[in-house]
Design a protein around this ligand. Structure first.
Ligand SMILES: *Cc1c(COP(=O)(O)O)cnc(C)c1O
Length: 251
């Protein structure tokens, strides 16, 4: 699959890839009868060096998604001059790293424990910041993936209003790692149904509307199943050197 993602080094490569992805997103929205404004592209920048991130910024990128806190924090510091650039932490977080996320991130897509919610909230209160968060759900049942089991999600979300610095805005998932369309779509459908249930059964109601789902290999299916944010890395920046399992350890 990786051979499809050519390295994008120059401004025009990145511009070309962004335009192609936006066109595919629009087509997927049209197929699903959705407005293109409903779906946001979050460029995922893990392993991409700062020089190329500055090029992406020049191409118009204003949000970057990173799954490892340390890498994201270092890049935030290195690009501190770009004051309108926002950082979204999209990978599993251990409690002891929560205070770093609270310091610089605009969004956190992988909330899956009350201890992390509490640690984030505490630090955010001290800093006078707030953070958009999405709750990660393991919709594939794969043991390698983080996130709550679908059956735990509603009860979990019901506890989150206690953490007033967290703007709980949606759910996030990684679909099963297969090219079988029906099995990938099934993961996205589980997340969407859960989002609808959470809206009905918690005080967040319509404020919790985001579905962060879909990556380079499956973002069109995700959009057809209701995604509001797609997290795309390799289709913008080129293939990563190592398989994804390398980038998804606990941190
Ligand atoms: C790396 C990553 C992505 C993007 O994957 P690509 O294959 O590069 O599009 C999306 N979400 C998470 C959580 C990731 O770690």
């Amino acid at each position: 699959m990786s051979e499809r993602y050519q390295p994008a080094l120059l401004l025009e490569d990145i511009q070309h890839n962004l335009a192609a992805i936006h066109a595919r997103m629009q087509a997927a929205c049209a197929r699903a009868g959705r407005s293109a404004q409903e779906v946001r592209l979050l460029p995922v920048t893990k392993t991409v060096e700062v020089d190329r991130l500055r090029t992406a910024y020049a191409a118009g990128v204003r949000q970057m998604g990173e799954n490892k806190v340390q890498e994201a924090h270092g890049k935030w510091q290195a690009m501190g001059d770009l004051t309108d650039l926002q950082w979204c932490v999209i990978g599993h977080l251990q409690t002891n790293k929560a205070k770093v996320v609270a310091e610089f991130a605009s969004e956190f897509h992988a909330l899956d424990s009350l201890r992390v919610a509490e640690a984030l909230d505490k630090r955010l209160q001290v800093l006078g910041r707030s953070l958009k968060v999405m709750v990660q759900v393991n919709t594939s049942g794969e043991e390698s993936k983080f996130g709550l089991e679908p059956a735990q999600a509603v009860a979990f979300v019901k506890q989150l209003p206690a953490f007033s610095s967290l703007q709980v805005c949606g759910l996030m998932t990684l679909a099963i790692n297969t090219s079988e369309e029906s099995r990938v779509r099934a993961c996205f459908r589980v997340l969407r149904a859960l989002r609808d249930q959470v809206q009905q059964e918690t005080t967040y109601a319509g404020a919790l509307r985001e579905l962060s789902m879909g990556m380079s290999g499956d973002f069109e299916w995700a959009i057809e199943e209701g995604a509001t944010t797609v997290r795309v890395g390799q289709a913008i920046f080129g293939a990563r050197a190592l398989p994804d399992s390398h980038y998804w350890p606990a941190q």
